[in-house]
Write a protein that binds this ligand. Structure first.
Ligand code: JDQ
Length: 255
């Protein structure tokens, strides 16, 4: 899959994507990533990418011309992208479903804004969609672009070694993960639950399902509404709700 990122901070996205699972995917030719410095698409001596907002107000806005020229160049050299994503705090919320959709495309371009944002004509006439990674403001589109590229790349077939582990991921199955433990079986007085040491695979599966449902009920009840539950799950959930009722549901952790 081809991915192009346009940014005024190419090092801020290039370096992280050269590491880890995405870095290996690039090395193996599964992901063809190019990072473009927006300033290379300016035409003035000072390589200016921003200007004052019409109507006044604080801060600066990214000018449209360099972004349009950058995408023209990407089209000429790499072909027409199937999606051109603008990262923005007022975009639609990026979800795992978006990651699945975008990962199935052959070519995705991502435009990173900076300053107070981007000239609206970029969104209207260049971007095919605007995406936000969550309800908080970061200083520019680079970190959101990294999040989106990472989430997409690991869904490209062959990038994550074990297809099953991708299918099991929380937002692919709609439930939070069960707790994970590794050795030692006791650490600073904290024991790994006996069932995990028992070797009874049916019981381990049941315990994990129950823990996943319990955590989801506690932390992300909104996820349960969108989920297809079988009769076993429904029974387990009823039981968990009754337990919470009795023990007076409070949070967890050290407090
Ligand atoms: C840009 C900014 C508007 C500060 C400039 C470009 N989920 C998400 N949070 N923040 C962003 C996305 C994001 C994306 C692109 C960006 C933030 N900024 C900074 C923009 C008001 C204040």
């Amino acid at each position: 899959m081809k991915i192009d990122i346009v940014t005024i901070f190419p090092g801020m996205v290039g370096a992280p994507l050269a590491e880890g699972i995405v870095g290996r995917a690039i090395g193996r030719g599964l992901v063809d990533l190019q990072v473009h410095d927006l300033r290379d698409y300016t035409t003035d001596r000072h390589r200016v990418v921003d200007d004052m907002p019409f109507g006044g107000g604080p801060g600066m806005v990214l000018k449209p011309e360099p972004l349009f020229r950058a995408v023209d160049e990407i089209r000429a050299r790499r072909g027409q992208p199937d999606a051109i994503v603008l990262t923005s705090p007022d975009g639609r919320r990026f979800t795992h479903r978006d990651a699945e959709r975008l990962s199935a495309l052959g070519h995705v371009a991502i435009l990173c804004g900076r300053y107070e944002g981007v000239d609206e004509r970029v969104r209207l006439a260049l971007a095919t969609e605007a995406l936000s990674i969550g309800d908080y403001v970061v200083s520019g589109g680079e970190l959101p672009a990294l999040v989106i590229v990472d989430a997409i790349a690991r869904l490209v077939p062959g990038v994550v070694g074990d297809d099953e582990s991708v299918a099991r991921d929380t937002f692919a199955r709609g439930l939070l993960d069960f707790p994970q433990y590794t050795r030692p079986a006791e650490f600073r007085g904290m024991r790994v639950p006996d069932v995990l040491l028992s070797g009874h695979h049916r019981e381990i599966e049941r315990w994990r399902r129950r823990e996943a449902l319990a955590r989801t009920l506690e932390r992300r009840p909104d996820l349960l509404e969108q989920l297809q539950l079988d009769d076993d799950d429904k029974a387990l959930l009823q039981e968990l709700r009754r337990e919470r009722e009795r023990s007076g549901a409070s949070g967890e952790g050290r407090a």
